[in-house]
Design a protein around this ligand. Structure first.
Ligand code: NAP
Length: 330
């Protein structure tokens, strides 16, 4: 292949994963302030799935109401800087970098991308590209939900609803490192053993048990799904406790937005929705990964050409931990 082109998974329309095509496209060139990165690995996230389907409808505001027309998705990227534009100060050729590109045009489902150096953080030497690509989005959500919103302390009791995905695993590892002993993970029956392996002391099957009806109370609840009514959530919180949801459907989010503040005021338990601040904590995530505190669990690595299969597995929620595209085979 010429150095002017690259392979990429291009989205041609909204719909199922059949809207993703492997194509040869022009290779980008770094503009002022940008780094050209050879992508080694890209994590698959809910945001990719939503933008592929065009659902919920409001995501089309970001992707174009008439259709995506040749866009390259993929926000969680790990790769190597191969060229730099004018004025780049933080990186040079050969640097290994990773970051969440959701506010910088995405592009991880292609072999090269060029974007602002601000999107990237240097990768620790000990980290593989596959592991690094599993970390920016989920690591920032985990840190911000536990510490910025949850104000987690070592003596706290913690419950994670929707615990078996990319965020839940990192939440358990971070909380254990922080000294929290009683960590409960809620997910489906098939993932209970996996949850214990990654550090949950106790587990619940959400199809068999409603965590808001067990009589137990937690100081902090992190939720990746918001599947219970906002009126039921205070039942599972200790006085002064904090519930932080990082993910929700549009309807459940609306319910929390309308009622959350009033319920918090009346019950003395905080119900909060976290809005991700992309890359705010990526440097800390890098340090925690280097010291072994954060060790993402990769469900499977897929070659670039199999990105549609990988995304379909994510959409069907068959994964445990993170699905990662190995754009360059490791
Ligand atoms: N707040 C923000 O600004 C922001 C930014 C980016 C992403 N997000 C959101 O953050 C979340 C990221 O989580 P993630 O990557 O860990 O998701 P994930 O990998 O999809 O994991 C979620 C887990 O929840 C489980 N689950 C499904 N229904 C459930 C229920 N009723 N009760 C309990 N568990 C249930 C799923 O299992 P099964 O489906 O197999 O049963 C899956 O194991 C996503 O919802 C994403 O949209 C938020």
């Amino acid at each position: 292949m010429s150095t002017a082109t690259m392979r990429a998974i291009v989205q041609t329309r909204y719909g199922k994963t059949g809207s993703l095509e492997l194509r040869t496209v022009p290779r980008p060139k770094p503009q002022a302030g940008e780094v050209l990165v050879r992508v080694h690995a890209t994590g698959v996230n809910d945001a990719d799935w939503a933008l592929i389907q065009g659902k919920p409808f409001f995501v089309r505001l970001f992707g174009g109401t008439r259709g995506p027309r040749g866009r390259i998705l993929g926000a969680d990227v790990a790769g190597e800087v191969v060229d730099v534009g004018q004025g780049v100060t933080r990186f040079s050729r050969g640097d290994r970098v990773f970051g969440d590109l959701s506010e910088h045009g995405n592009g991880g489902f292609g072999e090269y991308l060029s974007t602002s150096e601000d999107a990237f953080t240097r990768m620790p030497d000990s980290l593989s590209y596959l592991d690094a690509a599993a970390l920016p989005h989920a690591g920032n959500l985990a840190m911000q939900s536990l510490f910025d919103v949850g104000q987690l302390r070592p003596e706290h009791r913690l419950l994670v609803n929707g615990a078996g995905g990319g965020v839940g695993v990192l939440v358990a590892q971070l909380a254990a490192h922080h000294g929290v002993r009683d960590i409960v993970g809620v997910d489906d029956a098939s993932k209970q053993e996996f949850l214990r392996e990654v550090g949950f002391a106790r587990t619940l099957d959400y199809r068999a048990v409603d965590f808001t009806r067990t009589g137990e109370r937690f100081d902090v609840i992190v939720d990746t799904r918001l599947t219970r009514s906002p009126f039921s959530l205070p039942r599972a919180l200790a006085p002064g406790g904090v519930y932080a949801t990082v993910g929700a459907t549009t309807a459940s989010l609306l319910g929390l937005a309308i009622w959350g503040r009033l319920i918090s005021k009346v019950t003395g338990r905080q119900l909060r929705m976290l809005w991700l601040k992309a890359n705010k904590n990526t440097a800390e995530v890098a340090a925690l990964a280097e010291s072994g505190v954060l060790a993402p669990r990769i469900d499977r690595g897929y070659p670039l050409a199999e990105t549609p299969l990988a995304v379909a597995r994510f959409g069907a929620a068959e994964h445990r931990g993170k699905i990662v595209i190995a754009v360059v085979s490791p």
